[in-house]
Design a protein around this ligand. Structure first.
Ligand code: ADP
Length: 290
């Protein structure tokens, strides 16, 4: 199975071109869509989730026309939106039961079994009687995955799922996502490089509605091999380095800025060769294309 997106474009009424000829081939497994806020990720996710229309382009899940056969897509789709809106003050098991009903699981006994299995799977069984509105951020996201898994979807879309989670919650969420079958297409949109590094075997970088890179994280990193150089500097020298080098990132290490620069040759001057990581890929793509 494969999701093939071709030349997808969307311009909002205010003139913002949120998707600009996006073409991606997404195989089964976990696919990371990495981009900064405003890159166009949610627009793409909502379009694939049949919640809004593109201006042009196609998206085919094998021979299913995702943009036009909306009812069929919805039956095979699991969607965890960025904002779930306000949760009603009902318990997790009641709410999950309600979602299962909406998704067409009409047999009461089957539904009860499904709800129980899902609550166990996302580790919320012990708190199933508590109102979802009272859950922590991480618990809400796990609940979100439980509802997304109803109906054994073939296409699962999770939009910025780890934003706002603390490290422990994020880890639990990673573990849960990584257990979702390898035979479904899971698209994870995120601005957090670590999400993609930990979870995804394929990825794309999207910026201002355009795809800057598509491939495996490893290929992305290999492309930068021998081109990333690191140096600890004084904060006051940063503007100078930014003028003289292609500085792609600057972060504090033990209180001192450490810069990464992109260069085909050894810049000398105390720089040392650094092993590129996905963060370097992300920032160097943004830097080059801007
Ligand atoms: P991301 O999910 O990567 O943060 P979005 O898809 O939400 O990006 O937004 C992409 C661009 O489209 C942004 O510039 C955003 O302000 C704009 N945008 C998103 N939704 C709307 C809308 N309903 N109307 C107008 N502009 C929008």
């Amino acid at each position: 199975m494969e999701l093939v997106i071709q030349n997808l474009s969307k311009t909002y009424a205010n003139g913002v071109r949120a998707l600009d000829n996006v073409s991606l081939t997404i195989p089964t497994g976990m696919y990371g869509l990495l981009g900064q806020n405003g890159a166009g990720k949610s627009t793409l996710m909502r379009t694939l989730a049949t919640l809004q229309d593109a201006d042009s382009g196609t998206a085919m899940l094998d021979d299913l026309d995702v943009l036009n056969q909306k009812e069929t897509v919805r039956r095979t789709l699991g969607y965890l939106p960025q904002e779930f809106g306000v949760y009603p003050r009902v318990s997790a098991s009641e709410l999950l039961d309600h979602f299962a009903m909406l998704k067409g699981v009409i047999n009461g006994k089957q539904r009860a079994q499904l709800v129980e299995a899902l609550l166990h799977r996302v580790n919320l069984w012990d708190v199933r009687k508590k109102a979802v509105s009272s859950y922590s951020g991480g618990m809400k996201q796990r609940f979100g995955i439980a509802q997304a898994l109803i109906g054994e979807p073939k296409l699962i879309i999770v939009d910025e799922p780890t934003a706002g989670l603390d490290p422990g919650e994020r880890n639990r969420f990673y573990n849960l996502l990584s257990e979702i079958g390898e035979n479904v297409v899971v698209i994870l949109s995120t601005h957090i490089v670590q999400d993609v590094m930990e979870l995804c075997n394929n990825m794309a970088i999207i910026h201002q509605g355009r795809v800057l890179f598509g491939g495996t994280p490893q290929a992305a990193v290999n492309g930068l091999s021998g081109k990333i150089w690191a140096k600890s500097i004084n904060k006051s020298d940063l503007p100078t380095y930014q003028q003289t080098h292609t500085v792609i990132s600057s972060k504090l290490v033990a209180g001192k800025p450490q810069i990464h620069v992109l260069s085909d040759i050894d810049p000398g001057d105390g720089f040392r060769a650094a092993e590129p990581d996905l963060e370097d890929v992300f920032f160097s793509e943004l830097r080059i294309k801007n």
